[in-house]
Design a binder for this molecule. Structure first.
Ligand SMILES: [Ca+2]
Length: 216
C-alpha cells in the first residue's frame, strides 16, 4: 500500500511537470540529460519584463562540460515572447527552431568560451559564460540607451550580476528588458515559450513548453 501511494505521488509530480501550466505558474521541461526539470517563469518587475530559468542543478555542474572530446550537455535556454498571443504573427518557426512560431521576441542564453577576467599577473582568464541575446524576430534590435542585456544569477534569493570567473552557487538565471522597449504593457496577454535545446533531440520536441499569461 505504501509503495502504491508513493507511485501515485510520483505520477502526480510527473504530470504536473510535463503538462503546460496555466496562468503565470512556472513552466517546466523535463530534461534527463540535466538530471531533472528546467523551470521557466515570466514576470514583470520595476518596468521590466523578465524571463527566469531554473536548472535542476547548480550552473557550475554543467558549464563547460565536455566529455569524450564533445559537448554532451549545455545550459542553453531560449524564451520566446509572443506579444499578441497570436501564432499567425511573428516568427515562422519550424523544425530547426522549435517553439519559435508566432514569437515577436527571442531571449537566448548561449554558452560561449571567452575572456572572463584578469588574474593577479594581468593575464586573461578564459572560461565559459552564458551570453545574453535579445532578438526582435530575426533581427538584432537597436537597444535603448543604458540597456545591456545580461543573464543575472539568483544568489541567496536575490538577483545579481554574474561573476562568471568565480561563479557563485546558483541554479537560477534571469534576463530582463524594459517593457517600453519590448512594446509591452501591464494587462497585456502574451504567450511565453520556454525551450531547452539540449532536450529537443526527439519529435515532437520534448524540450518546449508554453503558456499564456497576463502581464501584471
Ligand atoms: Ca505573434
Amino acid at each position: 500500500m505504501k509503495t502504491l501511494l508513493i507511485s501515485s505521488a510520483v505520477v502526480v509530480l510527473l504530470l504536473a511537470a510535463v503538462c503546460p501550466a496555466v496562468g503565470d505558474a512556472p513552466l517546466s521541461v523535463i530534461c534527463k540529460k540535466l538530471g531533472g526539470a528546467v523551470q521557466f517563469k515570466a514576470l514583470t518587475e520595476g518596468g521590466n519584463f523578465c524571463a527566469v530559468a531554473t536548472h535542476p542543478k547548480p550552473l557550475k555542474t554543467f558549464l563547460g562540460g565536455f566529455k569524450d572530446g564533445g559537448k554532451t550537455y549545455s545550459l542553453d535556454v531560449v524564451v520566446y515572447l509572443d506579444t499578441d498571443a497570436n501564432a499567425k504573427t511573428g516568427l515562422k518557426g519550424g523544425d530547426f527552431d522549435p517553439g519559435a512560431k508566432g514569437a515577436e521576441w527571442k531571449f537566448e542564453a548561449d554558452e560561449v568560451t571567452t575572456s572572463l577576467a584578469k588574474d593577479a599577473n594581468g593575464e586573461w582568464i578564459n572560461g565559459q559564460k552564458l551570453d545574453a541575446t535579445v532578438m526582435k524576430g530575426d533581427d538584432d534590435p537597436d537597444l535603448p540607451e543604458g540597456y545591456f542585456p545580461e543573464w543575472e544569477l539568483e544568489v541567496g534569493g536575490k538577483f545579481q550580476s554574474a561573476d562568471w570567473a568565480e561563479l557563485p552557487e546558483s541554479k537560477t538565471i534571469r534576463l530582463c528588458g524594459p517593457l517600453s522597449f519590448l512594446g509591452l504593457k501591464t494587462g497585456q496577454k502574451v504567450r511565453v515559450v520556454g525551450v531547452v535545446p539540449l532536450c529537443n533531440d526527439a519529435f515532437p520536441f520534448p524540450g518546449v513548453t508554453e503558456t499564456v499569461i497576463v502581464l501584471k
